[in-house]
Structure formats: structure tokens, C-alpha cells
Design a protein around this ligand. Sequence first.
Ligand code: RIB
Length: 304
Amino acid sequence: MRKITVIGSMNMDLVANVDHMPKVGETIIGKSFEEIPGGKGANQAVAIARLGGQVHMIGKLGDDGFGKTLLEGLTKDKICVEGVKIETNTPSGVALITVSEEGDNSIIVVPGANFTLNKEDIDKNIQIIKESDFLVLQLEVPLDTVKYSLKCAKELGVYTVLNPAPAQKLDDMIIKNIDLLIPNETELEILTGIEINNEEDVLRASKNLIEKGVKSLIVTLGSKGSMYIDKKGFKKFQAHKVKAIDTTAAGDSFIGGVCVCLSEGKTIEEAIRYGSRVGALTVTKKGAQRSLPYKEEIEALKED
Ligand code: RIB
């Protein structure tokens, strides 16, 4: 089994379940409130661990109760947390999440300690990266840190995966160090400035990024499935059909599934099919890390 390192965010998700999303200026009464461990980085690490992957986490927590709970959760999931540091006098990251009756969500992330992760932290953990086969990143830690981590990883011959969420424009130095980019349609649109309305747009935008140096992409399309694109061509994949209760962390679990399969030497097609099943099972349960499935649950799921 090859090693995967995730550099990224850890948040406590403060989740309000509502009948409908409030409009601007509207006050509504929520149905329930929960605190659930989340953060795109931590979610992806937990997904990898529960699917049987060997994973290290690098990131920053605050010196508060949320930080303590988040760290305990990662340890319980058997994630190596040697690279997780506590930043004093700093709050942990939180995400304010509203989930509607239909399972849709809106998320505001307040990064706290996640935004203190800097190049020195990466240098201190360079041995972990060096001993990894895959490095997985998102954009909930400072962009300079992401850029530096990708550069270090490529110099060390580590395969890099970037989930560009929350989306922002990326400079060419970041783009050229990405082996596998996993955006959704909205993120692809923000990265390229190309409006995405159909499959042709997805291809045009993806080719634009490939010309700039990205080696390959998986564009996730929600209930429409996903598309894999590289220099040689493209392939479409169907979504596994389920009734969505809460879509929070569906993208994170898909990425976890893809990375675990790649770390086991499976093909990209096998990895995407597996990731889709993982994502599908995740949306049938509420919450981020709470909804992330275990390997046995995926094996028990009927193939499409
Ligand atoms: O991708 C879902 C995650 O986004 C949530 O867990 C929240 O913390 C935000 O980071």
C-alpha cells in the first residue's frame, strides 16, 4: 500500500438544518443544530483512512475545544497526525453550514488556525512528504502554502492531487505542478473564466488547463456523474443513483475514494467508479465526517 499525505483544513462544522434556505434579509427558524467534524482536508484524510488507505495529515488547529475534538477524531480514524500542529492563541477553523430539506447546502468557512499554515510548517514536515507517493491538497489553507507544497512534492517525485475548493484563480506555477486536478463545474468555471453549460464547455475549459500544464482532470458533475480528461482524450462516468439527504463532503469522499484506488495501483477508470460509489453513499447520510463510509460499506453496495 502506497502512502498518501493530505495537506489541508480541519474545521468544526456548525450545521443548521432548515426547511428552506433563507433569502437575503430573511430570518427563519431552524429545525436542528449540530457540531460535526469537517474541513475539506480532514474530510479527505478521513475518507482515505476509512477506505483502507495509509494517510498522514499536515495542518493547523487552534488551542480550543474544537481543536481537541478534531484531533481526537483524526486519531480515532487511525490517521497519522504527527504533522498536525496546535497554534496558540488562535481559534480552530469553523464552517457555518445550512442544509435544506432537499439536501442542498451553503457553507461559510472561517479559517482560523488553518490560515496560519505556512512554508516553515511544510519544511518541518518535508520528510513526511518525501516518504509519500501521493500529496492531496485543497484551497482552505493559504495559497502560497499550497503553491510551495506542490513545488516541493514535484521536486521529490510525489504525485500531486489538487481539489481547487473553494475556487480561486491559480497562477501558472501552481497549474504546472498538478498531476490530477479535481474541480466541480463551478470551480472549473472560476479557474478558467469559461462559462460551463454543457459537456463541450467542460472539455474546452479542461483543455485550456491541460495546455497550461495540468496533467489530467476529473471534473465532478454532481448527479450527472463525472468526466476524466487528459492529453489523449476524455471519458464520461455515470453517477451512482441514490436519494440525497445531505451533499456535504460528497466531493471530499469521492476524492478519498479515487486516491485510495490509485494508491492500490488501480486504473483511473476503476478509481473514478469507486469514488462515485463512495460519494453516493456519503450523500445518503447527514454531516461531513460522520457520513464518510467505510470500505466494507462500499463493498456491500450494489454495482451499477
Ligand atoms: O467539503 C465540505 C467541507 O467544506 C465541510 O466539512 C466544511 O468544513 C468545509 O470545509
